[in-house]
Ligand binder design. Structure first.
Ligand code: ADP
Ligand code: MG
Length: 258
């Protein structure tokens, strides 16, 4: 069992390092949560793993492959990315946005739509509960609906590694739980999931592994119950919190900003 392995990753976007000598593992077939305050470097780190920026130093491997050494197409056949503030796809229908996920698989000589691609797109929309929206203009959807379509596009890529940047930020509570159920079924199908998220209760109860970042560094990594202690929440977020045993499991209750 390997998964995603980041070693010694330093990223600078012109100034001092934004991500500084980061080591982390996202175990294969598991859901790994990437948490940390605003500005900690989560989006920058994820963006580099998917090839949006080049690091100053460090390596990124996925199940033995050097991700940073692959060309864009080869990387996109392994790894899908759902960005934080998804760009509005002007004048595309939902079905066309999802079909973008199949581009890395299209042979150069393709003359028309491939039935296998269409099947993959339809399945992806269905898994997000968005089939009825296939013909709608993407730009007319609500934020939460757009987030689901972007996730469907990523699923249409049939990735072995799925990176998501706050994918539930525009979703209502039912939508959030549905996304976690979907990520769980993907993980069961051997997909490796790494997601940035803010909700520490979801991180505690729905992730298998957590990485905590602060000021561009990894400050903790491990099993959620071991990592998300009251002490760590105070140190990293400056918030006094209590972890209590609720009727169905542990719950973090936030008391006050320190
Ligand atoms: P997070 O996703 O954890 O909230 P980000 O990775 O978006 O954090 O940002 C980390 C830090 O890097 C922030 O201080 C942000 O202002 C800075 N930053 C992000 N993108 C750029 C950029 N293109 N140029 C300079 N600084 C950036
Ligand atoms: Mg971010």
């Amino acid at each position: 069992m390997t998964g995603l392995e980041v070693r010694g990753l330093t990223i600078s976007l012109g100034g001092p390092p934004i991500v500084d000598r980061v080591d982390l593992t996202a175990p294969r077939g598991k859901i790994t949560g990437l948490v940390g305050p605003n500005g900690a470097g989560k989006s920058t780190l994820i963006g580099t793993v998917v090839g949006l920026n080049r690091p100053v130093e460090g390596t990124v491997h996925f199940s033995g492959d050097d991700l940073l050494g692959l060309d864009r197409r080869a990387r996109a056949r392994l790894c899908a990315y759902v960005e934080q503030a998804a760009t509005t796809e002007e004048r595309l229908t939902v079905a066309e946005v999802v079909a973008l996920g199949r581009i890395p698989f299209a042979p150069a000589w393709a003359s028309g739509p491939d039935p296998a691609d269409e099947k993959s797109c339809m399945e992806a929309l269905s898994r997000l509960g968005m089939s009825a929206f296939a013909g709608r203009q993407f730009a007319t959807l609500s934020g939460g609906e757009q987030q689901r379509v972007h996730m469907a596009r990523a699923l249409a890529q049939q990735p072995q590694l799925l990176l998501l940047d706050e994918p539930t930020s525009s979703l209502d509570i039912r939508g959030q739980l549905q996304v976690f159920a979907l990520l769980r079924s993907l993980a069961t199908e051997d997909c490796t999931v790494l997601m940035a998220l803010h909700d520490l209760n979801l991180a505690l109860t729905r992730c298998d592994w957590l990485v905590v970042m602060n000021h561009g560094r990894v400050v903790a990594e491990g099993a959620p119950m071991e990592v998300l202690t009251e002490r760590l929440i105070a140190d990293v977020y400056g918030v006094e919190a209590r972890r209590i045993q609720g009727p169905v499991g542990p719950v973090i209750v936030f008391e006050t900003a320190l």
